[in-house]
Design a protein around this ligand. Structure first.
Ligand SMILES: Cc1ncc(COP(=O)(O)O)c(C=O)c1O
Length: 390
């Protein structure tokens, strides 16, 4: 898998991960393993499609045609056995975070509560709050090193009359936990019972490791697909986040129309020309590359786990079902977050996401991105050891 071994300089490419460390961490002298993109080239099929599009040379207004929608429908059917009923159910959004914000604006009112399950991807909190809604949290808990849902707490929160929406992260960022069919059914039954709309963020769903299965929430039957909208994108899967192309699947016409109205208010129309090209090429031709990527990520996860077990016994690895983000439990080190951050930045010279960014339950954890060549990973692990053993 030589393609993933290639070291590519990403500084001076306007990369958030590589070019924003000074702004965010106060220093450039760190190995960045924070932002959730990979240091790999996209599949060559995607790059070739982009080159051909660029050579065309005309970059007027664009919109995703039926062939892009068909590529999406075939992809989710092939990968996740999910049959989207009609291409009319597919809307587009520059990003999944934009889609979350649009959904919150379209499907809830100011002052309503939106439920999330912390620790969770930071923009879940900010999109709720910046849109004048309130966060209702039903925290996950760790049992045998695996995150679980407290269903009694979830039901109690969903039954509150002002909770109108639940943001579901499946697979979950930062823990990599993929929710099972049974868990999703329980969530869905509760949301239907209490008339809570689900926004299922499935951006990490193509990155299932070791043959684990992703269950799209909407694939669990009509009553479920009617109660939800789903956000997907090729951005994590094929490392295309900078091209800003994602899709919203809304099989419920009423929800879809409300989302369309807000998109029109915001002037969100189609997608950019390169985003469309990349999305279509990735979903049509990316299978083989993805297979290779998953094997590489599994190896990286094994390397990290062995290293930490051998050299940092006070740190626990939360083994992910999916994706390239590893959630590390450092609570046994008994460090404040300030001490942990300082050690990582100044002793180890490594930039990682501090756990508190993910809300309640995140303190004492760090998130490490292993979507990189093994040489970078090994360097990162040595820096982590240096930081935490200092
Ligand atoms: C759960 C989740 N949703 C959304 C995003 C970002 O999506 P986008 O770049 O399409 O806005 C991320 C990126 O890390 C993520 O982990």
């Amino acid at each position: 898998m030589e393609i993933f071994e290639k070291l590519i300089t990403r500084t001076e490419t306007s990369s958030v991960k590589w070019d924003r460390t000074k702004e965010v961490f106060g220093t450039n002298d760190v190995l960045p393993m924070w932002v959730a993109d990979m240091d790999f080239e996209a599949p060559k099929e995607v790059t070739e499609a982009l080159l051909e599009r660029v050579r065309h040379g005309v970059f007027g207004y664009t919109f995703p045609r039926l062939d892009t929608k068909e590529a999406i429908m075939k992809w989710v059917k092939r990968k996740h056995h999910w049959e989207i009923s009609s291409e009319a159910d597919i809307l587009f959004s520059p990003g999944v975070v934009t889609a979350l914000s649009t959904a919150i604006q379209a499907l809830t009112n100011k002052g309503d509560k939106v439920l999330l399950q912390s620790p969770v991807y930071t923009p879940f909190f900010s999109m709720i709050e910046k849109n004048g809604r309130k966060v209702e949290n039903s925290p996950l808990y760790l049992h045998d090193n695996r995150y679980q849902i407290d269903f009694r707490d979830l039901e109690q929160k969903l039954s509150m009359p002002d909770v109108k929406m639940m943001l579901l992260c499946n697979p979950h960022n930062p823990s990599g936990r993929a929710w099972t069919k049974e868990e999703l059914q329980k969530i869905g039954d509760l949301c239907i019972k209490y008339e809570v709309i689900i926004v299922s963020d499935e951006i990490h769903s193509d990155l299932m490791l070791r043959g684990k299965i992703h269950v799209p929430f909407a694939s669990l039957g009509n009553s479920f697909s009617n109660q939800c909208i789903t956000c997907i994108a090729p951005s994590k899967t094929f490392n295309l986040a900078g091209l800003q192309a994602s899709a919203i699947i809304a099989e419920n016409k009423e929800l879809r129309e409300k989302i369309t109205t807000v998109q029109q208010q915001q002037g969100i129309g189609g997608l950019n020309a390169l985003g469309i090209t990349a999305m279509k090429a990735a979903y049509e031709q990316g299978d083989q590359w993805l297979e290779q990527l998953l094997l590489y990520l599994e190896e990286n996860a094994d390397i990290l786990t062995s290293f930490i077990e051998a050299r940092l016994p006070n740190v626990k690895v939360i083994r992910p079902d999916a994706s390239y983000l590893i959630w590390l439990d450092c609570r046994e080190l008994n460090l404040t977050e300030q001490e942990l951050t300082r050690k990582l930045l100044y002793d180890g010279k490594i930039a990682l996401e501090p756990g508190s960014k993910y809300g309640h339950g995140g303190h004492g954890f760090i998130r490490m991105n292993i979507g990189c060549p093994k040489s970078t990973l090994n360097e990162g692990l040595l820096r982590l050891e240096k930081a935490l053993n200092s």
